[in-house]
Design a protein around this ligand. Structure first.
Ligand code: FMN
Length: 399
């Protein structure tokens, strides 16, 4: 999203308060954000809030400058309307300008992402149903609404999608859809091998690298299944399978990988697990236990032996030298091995940054240097997309 020009349109619903956070999320991802608000929206959040967050003047009045709506509409690479009220959606659907927001949308050729928010009755009303149908047929993208708590404490359908999900779909619309029609499986996080009902043998993997890869793949249009042990949140377009142990990780990964185009194994899976799990919590009074371990299934070996074999990317976390990773790259049957030294500062487990070396089965290597996990994920998925045979088909961008 670095440097991409996004207009955020805010109309008059209670969810307007969440749009301030959405503006911040878009800015954090590097976008250049300008805001246009309806008069009603200013009943809910002041224009000053958005001006302070974006450090840009907010367009609220059509008749302030020379032609502010055409200027803003032509500037935009993407317009996001969040919240999109029933009123503003209808105006956009039927080409009724008349205020700064609708006029900007009508004066733009940029793709349009709409995040409807309203009470269930308003959403179900035949007028709104027609409006939404019209907007979809015009090729605009909708994200949400979802069910949950609505204004006034009611529970039902019509709640605006979460800002993270809106920001994610926005990033999809600004990306080339080079993985459309592809199925990608990603594993993430460190497994936990139970000793008793409260204790486990684990590792320090946070799942950040795998989650970033899953998002990067979905952004390029792939259908993504993420098998994870992590509690990090994922955008709604990613199918998430939550697991804990190596056995669960193996089972879920192998199931999801059947027929997949690409499998990326970024999880830190335990090599050994306790042979027996105590039924009740072990007591100090019983003395130090002798815990007998047994090997866990080899998730990677299972995936590389699949027929047809997907494009397999393995991750190798090493401490110190990458020699062991080199051996794995030549012998494990991966199409690509991504090695990193997790003992180096700001690299590996738990950090937002990493340094990876790509190792190909023919022995060639490519050091990508120090970078954020999100940048590595985007670069890796662009590389994978260039290696997979092109096919057509539908993507995952919400509509
Ligand atoms: C407290 C309150 C909450 C409202 N929430 C919504 C809402 O979530 N969605 C919606 O479509 N309209 C909502 N409305 C009604 C809109 O504010 C009203 O239709 C307004 O004309 C929308 O104008 P705009 O689309 O130009 O911003 C709400 C009104 C009030 C008073």
């Amino acid at each position: 999203m670095q440097g991409r020009r996004i207009v955020l349109g805010v109309s008059g619903g209670v969810a307007a308060y969440k749009s301030a956070y959405l503006a911040r999320r878009l800015l954090e991802q590097g976008a250049d954000v300008r805001v246009v608000m309806t008069k009603s929206a200013q009943q809910f959040v002041g224009a000053q809030t958005f001006a302070a967050i974006t450090k840009q003047a907010v367009l609220v009045d059509l008749f302030g400058g020379i032609s502010p709506h055409t200027e803003l509409g032509q500037w935009a690479e993407l317009i996001v309307v969040a919240p999109a009220t029933a009123h503003s959606l209808a105006k956009i659907a039927y080409g009724i300008s008349g205020d700064a927001l609708a006029s900007t949308v009508l004066a733009s050729e940029a793709p349009l992402l709409l995040a409807p928010a309203m009470h269930t009755e308003m959403w179900m009303h035949p007028g709104t149903v027609h409006t939404i149908d019209q907007l979809r047929r015009a090729g605009h993208t909708l994200v949400g609404p979802e069910s949950g708590e609505l204004a006034g404490g009611d529970i039902g359908y019509g709640r605006m999608a979460e800002p993270e999900d809106i920001a994610f779909v926005a990033s999809c619309l600004l990306s080339d859809q080079s993985l459309i029609g592809k199925r990608v499986v990603v594993t993430a996080g460190g497994t936990r091998e139970a000793i008793d009902p409260v204790r486990y043998i684990g590792n320090r993997s946070s799942g950040k690298m795998g989650h970033a890869i899953a998002q990067a793949a979905a952004r390029l249009g792939a259908g993504v299944t993420l098998v994870t042990t992590s509690s990090l949140v994922t955008p709604a377009v990613i199918e998430r399978v939550q697991v804990e142990s190596a056995l669960e990780m193996a089972d879920a990964t192998w199931r999801a990988s059947a027929g997949a185009d690409c499998v990326i194994l970024a999880a830190a899976v335990a090599d050994f697990r306790p042979v027996a799990v105590a039924d009740v919590k072990m007591r100090r009074a019983d003395g130090a236990p002798q815990i007998k371990l047994t090997e866990t299934p080899n998730v990677l070996a299972g995936v590389v032996s699949m027929e047809p074999k997907p494009f397999v990317v393995g991750f190798a976390a090493q401490t110190g030298s990458l020699e062991e990773a080199k051996r794995k790259a030549l012998s494990y049957g991966t199409d690509l091995l991504v090695a990193n030294d997790v003992s180096a500062p700001e690299r590996g487990f738990g950090t937002d940054t990493n340094e990876v070396t790509l190792m190909w089965p023919d022995g060639t290597e490519d050091d990508w240097g120090f970078s954020t996990k999100s940048e590595i994920a985007d670069r890796l998925m662009a590389l994978v997309a260039s290696r997979l045979p092109a096919i057509g088909g539908g993507g995952v961008v919400a509509n």
